[in-house]
Design a protein around this ligand. Structure first.
Ligand code: AMP
Length: 419
């Protein structure tokens, strides 16, 4: 496999799939530049190596072609600023401008293509009216797949090599994230962000040193069951917190009051607990909880035993004994994976469990453990409590990260790794 560090970019045009799907305000100003900033190292590497760059991305979910609010032209001023150059812009990723501008690119120059998703070919999914019949849908799907081949081929003609640095869309088998790689069998590679993401995930999921502890939280068991199943033959300890703990506690005969529960998953919870036993995995459930009289920050609260939430009350965080129990396990772990908050951390009254688990993970990391935090709310939590730089790696790719830890093959990763 080629790598960005060993590849000779001299005189080469690099087609880079980036994730510039950034939030814009009503004045079309970028409100969070993180995703763009994360791609800069890769862009700079190609330019410093004597190459030129063609950037391609999606922005939002356009429902029709050329929705002005979702144009990538809004990104150009910021790119000019951070790269200290004049970025060229092709106002149609399939049009004459894209062809001529890419053909004329000189070393050191950067071209940004207009939103790939203006074309339904990017995702390979036809945009049909809701009234379309099943037959019409089937025919349109086949036609779009066919058109997608031409779209992908067209993208490939713009460049000499292909770099995928868009981890956030690596779980999608789209033209720019996966299919185009086939046109560059000897000239395809990961960018630095992809390298870091895939490297960190592999370090945990494939090469994780023991003891390996996974901490799962968040609202629902249903959203995490595939992760749990995939982790059972990998981890030594599985800590379960958040709203999902109550489905397990109820399944074991505990009283949970009005706490969040998925009654249709009680049997599955029992099976999971048994499966864990068979795999020799230690499942650790909270022993106490913060019960509240209502779902509100100023509700009355009490510390209760986890299986003794009074009628009319609901568990909204883990309690102090659980915090100590989890800390002890985390401090004795060499590899840690964390996904999902321990309680309703958005409300200060129920944030303590999440804060303390984040701190335990930070302390274990300082002691030498490798820790990976990923998936929406746990990332929000480490950022909110300013602990992001105290863990080994914070994944930027919500859906892609979750699919990776569910054991799924990510098409964007596989396309680069394929011989
Ligand atoms: P998820 O998207 O499944 O990771 O869930 C994250 C959400 O779970 C956050 O918004 C939390 O507020 C919520 N959550 C965590 N613990 C609880 C709980 N005990 N009861 C209700 N919601 C919870």
């Amino acid at each position: 496999m080629k790598t960005i560090d060993s590849y000779d970019f001299t005189g080469k045009r690099a087609l880079i799939r980036v994730d510039f799907n950034v939030p814009l305000d009503d004045a079309m100003k970028i409100t969070d530049t993180n995703r763009i900033d994360a791609a800069l190292a890769t862009i700079r590497k190609v330019l410093a190596g004597g190459g030129s760059v063609i950037l391609m991305s999606h922005l939002g979910r356009p429902k029709k072609n050329f929705e002005p609010k979702l144009s990538l032209k809004h990104i150009v001023p910021y790119l000019n600023h951070v790269l200290s150059l004049e970025v060229k812009f092709a106002d149609d990723c399939m049009g004459e401008s894209a062809k001529t501008l890419s053909a004329g690119l000189k070393p050191g120059e950067v071209l940004l293509l207009e939103n790939l998703r203006y074309y339904e070919e990017e995702e390979g999914k036809p945009r049909l009216p809701e009234t379309a019949t099943d037959d019409e849908k089937k025919a349109a799907k086949a036609a779009t797949k066919e058109k997608q081949k031409a779209f992908t081929k067209q993208l490939s003609t713009y460049a000499d090599c292909y770099i995928n640095d868009a981890f956030g869309t690596a779980h999608r088998a789209h033209a720019s994230t996966a299919l185009v790689a086939a046109y560059f069998p000897n000239d395809k590679m990961f960018g630095y962000l992809m390298n870091a993401e895939v490297g960190s995930l592999n370090k945990v999921m494939k090469e994780g040193k023991k003891p390996f502890t996974a901490v799962l939280g968040g609202a629902k068991v249903s959203g995490k069951i595939q992760i749990i199943n995939h982790l059972l033959d990998k981890v030594d300890n599985l800590i379960v917190g958040g709203g999902m703990m109550f489905t397990f506690i109820k399944a074991m005969g505990g009283k949970i009051g009005n706490s969040l529960v998925e009654d249709d998953l009680l049997e599955l919870a029992v099976n999971t607990l048994e499966g864990a036993k068979m795999h020799g995995v230690n499942i650790i459930l909270p022993v106490d909880a913060i019960a509240a009289s209502a779902f509100a920050n100023d509700a009355e609260t009490r510390i209760v035993k986890a299986g003794e939430v009074p009628d009319g009350w609901m568990g909204l965080d883990i309690g102090p004994e659980s915090i100590a129990l989890f800390d002890n396990i985390l401090m004795n772990s060499e590899t840690i994976l964390w996904n999902g908050p321990m309680g309703v951390f958005e409300m200060p009254s129920f944030a303590e469990g999440t804060i303390q688990v984040a701190k335990s993970i930070a302390n274990a990391t300082q002691k030498g453990a490798f820790s990976l935090v990923g998936g929406g709310d746990s990332v929000a939590a480490v950022n909110k409590f300013r602990l992001a730089d105290k863990v080994s790696y914070v994944s930027t790719g919500g859906g892609a990260m979750l699919e990776f830890i569910e054991g799924k093959v990510l098409p964007g990763v596989a396309a680069i790794e394929a011989e």
